[in-house]
Design a protein. Structure first.
Lengths: 125, 130
């Protein structure tokens, strides 16, 4: 489990969609409280790729990681700067389900107020 | 971990009733409550005071458990809290509680929510100052 956590953090930390893809089970679902929408593995990877296009630099701090009966919970703080020069600091909680060594579900919680600098640049018209 | 889920159910029951006295019996006196919206910590007194304030402004609410799972340190509760304030504002708040337990008592709660969802409730809690 620790290796999977490390690989996930590494993939997120480098915004590396190619490193993320092999960690996800077919049929994987990601749900985010900000939108209350679910997306599949392909959309999760595409989202990371989109973030990568708009993040100049970022540092991931792990506040806590703890195993659960279904996988693990990660509490992280992502601090960085967008390519537009806006600083951000986003505490986030990821509740992750794992089956047979692959991630089957991520429930992600964050505050839109903290994520707004990133969202604004990702979806700017 | 089964005991943790029983404690999770007791916490949920107390929160649903906004029963600060019941929550107090479940938490360690040294409890730390952290919330992402403020990124601040508070102790048990602060948590209970917030719950009492919420009880005063919420007319009706339901707590739906999206997911609950035991962890190596306690449990995780993912809830949807839907309700109406006494001034008639509706709210819908998905919230995640990462809870640490020691000796059968809750020692830490890390709470995550989205500020857009809590605005109706916050507005009344702060008397319109939010």
């Amino acid at each position: 489990m620790t290796e999977l956590v490390d690989r996930l953090l590494d993939a997120f930390g480098r915004y590396d969609a190619e490193a993320l893809a092999p960690l996800l089970a077919p049929g994987m679902r990601r749900w985010v409280n900000i939108t209350e929408q679910e997306q599949d593995g392909a959309a999760t990877i595409a989202h990371l790729e989109l973030e990568a296009q708009h993040i100049a630099d970022a540092h991931f701090e792990v506040r806590q990681q703890v195993a659960t009966d279904e996988g693990f919970v990660l509490q992280i703080v992502v601090e960085g700067t967008t390519k537009g020069g806006v600083a951000f600091r986003v505490p986030a909680c990821l509740v992750v389900a794992v089956d047979d060594g692959l991630i089957t579900r991520i429930d992600e919680y964050a505050d839109i107020a903290a994520a707004r600098p990133i969202i604004k640049e990702m979806f700017a018209r | 971990m089964t005991d943790s889920l029983e404690l999770a159910d007791e916490l949920l029951d107390a929160l649903e009733r906004y029963d600060a006295d019941a929550v107090e019996k479940l938490v360690d006196p040294g409890l730390v409550h952290w919330i992402n919206l403020t990124q601040q910590e508070q102790g048990a007194d602060g948590l209970l005071a917030t719950l009492r304030l919420e009880r005063d402004v919420v007319a009706a609410s339901t707590f739906r458990v999206r997911h609950r799972v035991a962890s190596a340190e306690g449990f995780v509760l993912q809830l949807d809290v839907d309700g109406t304030t006494k001034k008639g504002s509706d709210f819908h708040i998905p919230v995640c509680l990462v809870v640490a337990v020691d000796g059968g008592r809750i020692t830490r709660i890390d709470e995550y929510a989205n500020s857009d969802n809590v605005k109706p409730l916050l507005a009344e809690l702060l008397g319109g100052a939010a």
